[in-house]
Design a protein around this ligand. Structure first.
Ligand code: NAD
Length: 370
């Protein structure tokens, strides 16, 4: 039994609480079987928090987040809150969390379970066995750079400006995460920018290279222009291990990589921050999908992205790689056994509900534990 991990659970809205419920059952199983011990707090976020407190994230929940070892987040938003003023919308809850915790690195794995290779938009042989990780810088670059805005020129034309800006520390801290991840994977990092036409890309490339030379000579580093990376992702995605890139290119490339895997309901993510004075890293784990109001309450939600987000928490916040492997291989077994929620349904397979999918993952955990 390891130390107790303090987890803040924020189910949110729509299918968020439904997929979180199944994940809590997996967490309970872990505790009952002595794999890990949790101290769990649960809070409101998004629309659920607006209904109760009139804000999408209260200071009290933010304080809980700041004092947790890790946060497990469901999803927020929905038509019920569509007319709420912009700075009080449910989605502000997650943005405020990312900002307050300074979660500067977004990790988006693109993993294709062999049983689902048919669901990809690419030919199965191109994606079977795919397992790549995109590390996107999340708090800098053109989405935040100043100056920004729209002005009217003296001749009446309008002009819009956004500024791409990066500093050495911003580049180094996210590149460091990519190199550390590569060490635990297949030892390869591909750094993506546009050094051919952007000075920010030149700096990005130089700083990543300097870091690799000085601290990670054991990790293989290659560079690629972002336009080529987009092409290579759909041509031969299995060539990549870890991709590290800036906020803008990461936004686009990570969505592109997601679709290689077929369904939103299968994709986890992590957002990591700096290591604090106690040596632990701030971290939030969430599925990449939203609150799916169109299927909320119908039992059709796929809980696997949320369960796989929990597996990422075990691996990256608590260094419990073997326990994470156990969860991931149980998910893989469930798929191999032909169980499918609506979003990944295919002919000849068995359609299951959210809770039946949770049951099946638990059954495989039990079998592996015997
Ligand atoms: P969405 O991801 O909620 O849904 C897109 C489609 O995918 C829907 O048809 C939905 O039914 C399906 N889907 C999503 N997750 C699924 C799952 N686990 N199982 C089965 N099917 C699944 O995106 P959207 O419809 O654009 O947004 C709905 C709401 O979610 C909006 O309010 C949006 O702002 C919010 N949103 C929140 C987050 C977040 O909390 N981080 C992320 C994206 C969208």
């Amino acid at each position: 039994m390891t130390n107790r991990k303090k987890i803040l659970v924020l189910p949110g809205d729509g299918i968020g609480p439904e997929v979180m419920y199944e994940t809590r059952r997996i967490m309970n199983w872990m505790e009952e079987n002595g794999a890990v011990s949790f101290e769990i707090e649960e809070g409101l976020v998004g629309g659920a928090s607006i209904d109760e407190h009139n804000v999408p994230l209260t200071d009290a929940v933010l304080d809980q987040a700041l004092s947790s070892d890790a946060i497990l987040f469901g999803a927020v938003g929905g038509p019920k809150w569509a007319s709420v003023e912009f700075d009080k919308r449910p989605e502000i809850g997650i943005l405020k969390l990312r900002q307050s915790l300074d979660l500067f690195a977004n990790l988006r794995p693109a993993i294709v379970f062999s049983a689902l290779a048919h669901a990809s938009s690419l030919k199965p042989d191109l994606v079977t066995g795919l397992n790549l990780m995109i590390v996107r810088e999340l708090t800098g670059g053109v989405y935040f750079g100043e100056p920004r805005g729209i002005e009217t020129l003296p001749n009446g034309d309008r002009r819009a400006v956004n500024t791409q800006t990066y500093t050495t520390p911003e580049i180094v801290r996210v590149a460091r995460i990519a190199f550390e991840l590569a060490r635990k994977r297949n030892g390869r990092v591909c750094s993506v920018e546009k050094a051919n036409v952007m000075e920010s890309g030149v700096l990005w490339r130089e700083e990543v290279e300097t870091l690799q030379n000085s601290e990670y000579p054991d990790v293989e580093l290659t560079h690629m222009y972002a336009d080529n990376a987009a092409m290579q992702l759909v041509r031969t995605p299995k060539q990549f291990d870890v991709i590290v890139t800036d906020n803008l290119f990461g936004d686009i490339l990570s969505d592109c990589a997601s679709m290689l895997t077929g369904s939103l309901g299968m994709l986890p993510s992590a957002s990591l921050g700096a290591v604090d004075s106690y040596g632990s890293r701030r971290a939030l784990y969430e599925p990449i999908h939203g609150s799916a109001p169109d299927i909320a309450g119908t039992g059709a939600a796929n809980p696997l992205a949320m369960i796989l987000s929990f597996a990422m928490m075990l691996r990256y916040s608590f260094d419990l790689g073997n326990t994470a492997d156990l969860v991931e291989s149980s998910v893989s077994n469930v798929l191999n056994a032909g169980l499918r929620t609506d979003d990944i349904m295919q002919e000849g397979k068995s359609r299951v509900t959210t809770s039946e999918m949770g049951d099946a993952v638990l059954d495989f955990l039990d079998q592996k534990n015997r």
